[in-house]
Ligand binder design. Structure first.
Ligand code: ZN
Length: 363
C-alpha cells in the first residue's frame, strides 16, 4: 500500500543538500545570543537567582531567609521580618537578623553572572543594571552604584537598598556596615547617628510597607529608569521569580515606558531563569490588553549572562562562534509552553522553534 507524505510535512531533502546545516538548532539561548550580538544598550533587571551561586540565601525558597526568620523568631510567616510594621515593634531583633544577613553577604562572592554584567559595563554596553538584590554583590564585582545626587552615572541601581549600609531615617546619612557595627547590632546595641540626634541607624534595605522607603529608593529613580528603558535595545529580566508584587510592578512600568516611546515592538526582552515558574508568575499577574513579546530562556543566570556578555562585547565584524552550545544543556528539551497551566489565556503566542511568548499587560 502506497503512502504519501502528509501535506503539512513536505520533504526538504533537496534543500538540505544545498544549504549548510545550522551549527546548532535554534533554541531560546541561541536566539538570545544572536539578538545580543546586535545590541549596544542593554538594561538588566536582576533578582535573587543572580546570586544563587554566590552563597547567598534566597528569600522564599526552602531554607531561605523567610524560613530562617520563621524558625528564629517564631513568626507564622518569615516574610513578617521584612515588614516595616514588624520592624517598628521589634527594632533590635529585626536589626540583629539584618546584621546576620550582612555577615552572609560579606562572605558571598560575586558569581559569573555578576562578572558578566560588570564586563558589559566595562565595555560601555550596559545602559543600566537595576537590581532587586540587597546583597551588594554588584559592587563587589566592581560595578559603581547609582545615586541621583552623588553618582548619577553609576551603573547599578539598588532598587531595594543594600544590606552593606546603614541609614539614618531622620537625616539620611548613609554609612558602610562593618564587622564591628554588625557585632553591636547582633548584641541588640543601637548605633546612633553621628550627624543628628537620631538614636538608632537602620539597615538601608527596603522593607514591605517601608515608611522610610523614599530615603532608600528616591522617586528620581523612575525618571532614570524611563530614560534607560527608552534607550535600550535589549532588556533582560535575570533570576527574578516574579513572586513579589514589586517585580511585576517594575515589569509593568517598563512596558509603559516603552509604549510611551513607541518602542514596544522594537525593544527585545528576555526572561532568564532556571525555572519556568517566573514566566508563569508574571503571566498570572498580567491581564490582556496589548501584546508584548518576551523570550523565555531557561538556564542559570551565570551561564546565560556569560554568553550574552561575550556576544555583546565581541569585536566588530567577528563571527559569533558564540553559538557553540554551552558545556552543559541550559534547557530541558523543547516542549510546548502554551496552555500548560490553567487560566493562562495570554500564553497563546508561542512561536515555533523558540520559547517566545506574547505577554500582555495593562497599562
Ligand atoms: Zn542622622
Amino acid at each position: 500500500m502506497s503512502q504519501t507524505p502528509p501535506p503539512q510535512r513536505p520533504s526538504y531533502g533537496l534543500r538540505k543538500r544545498k544549504q549548510p546545516e545550522p551549527r546548532v538548532a535554534e533554541t531560546a539561548v541561541t536566539r538570545l545570543v544572536a539578538a545580543a550580538a546586535q545590541c549596544k544598550h542593554v538594561v538588566i533587571f536582576s533578582g535573587s537567582g543572580l546570586s544563587a551561586t554566590s552563597g547567598m540565601s534566597t528569600f522564599s525558597t526552602k531554607g531561605g531567609l523567610y524560613e530562617k526568620a520563621q524558625s528564629r523568631f517564631g513568626v507564622s510567616n518569615g516574610k513578617q521580618l521584612f515588614t516595616y510594621s514588624f520592624y517598628e515593634k521589634h527594632k533590635a531583633d529585626a536589626q540583629a537578623f539584618f546584621a546576620d544577613i550582612y555577615v552572609e553577604a560579606k562572605r558571598a562572592k560575586p558569581g559569573a553572572g555578576h562578572q558578566a554584567i560588570a564586563a558589559l559595563a566595562a565595555a560601555g554596553k550596559l545602559q543600566r543594571h537595576y537590581t532587586l538584590n540587597i546583597d551588594g554583590l554588584a559592587t563587589a564585582a566592581g560595578m559603581s552604584v547609582w545615586h541621583h545626587q552623588v553618582s548619577p552615572e553609576g551603573c547599578t541601581v539598588e532598587m531595594h537598598g543594600s544590606i552593606r549600609q546603614l541609614l539614618c531615617p531622620v537625616c539620611g546619612l548613609v554609612i558602610p556596615m562593618n564587622d564591628f557595627l554588625s557585632q553591636q547590632l547582633r548584641r541588640r546595641t543601637k548605633i546612633p547617628c553621628t550627624a543628628c540626634s537620631c538614636p538608632a541607624l537602620r539597615s538601608r534595605i527596603m522593607m514591605y510597607g517601608d515608611a522610610e522607603g523614599e530615603k532608600i529608593t528616591p522617586d528620581d529613580v523612575w525618571e532614570r529608569m524611563e530614560d534607560d528603558v527608552q534607550a535600550a535595545d535589549l532588556i533582560l529580566w535575570v533570576g527574578i521569580s516574579f513572586e513579589q508584587s514589586a517585580s511585576t510592578m517594575y515589569f509593568r512600568r517598563v512596558r509603559q515606558f516603552l509604549a510611551q516611546a513607541d518602542r514596544l515592538a522594537s525593544t527585545q526582552q528576555a526572561i532568564i531563569n532556571l525555572s519556568d515558574e517566573s514566566l508563569w508568575n508574571l503571566l498570572s499577574a498580567c491581564s490582556n490588553t496589548r501584546s508584548l513579546e518576551v523570550l523565555e530562556v531557561l538556564g542559570t543566570c551565570d551561564e546565560v549572562l556569560k554568553l550574552v556578555a561575550a556576544a555583546v562585547c565581541k569585536p566588530a565584524g567577528a563571527t559569533p562562534d558564540l553559538l557553540e552550545p554551552p558545556s552543559k544543556p541550559l534547557e530541558p528539551p523543547d516542549q510546548p509552553l502554551a496552555a500548560k497551566k490553567p487560566g493562562q489565556e495570554e500564553a497563546s503566542g508561542v512561536l515555533p522553534g523558540a520559547n517566545v511568548l506574547t505577554i500582555a499587560t495593562t497599562d
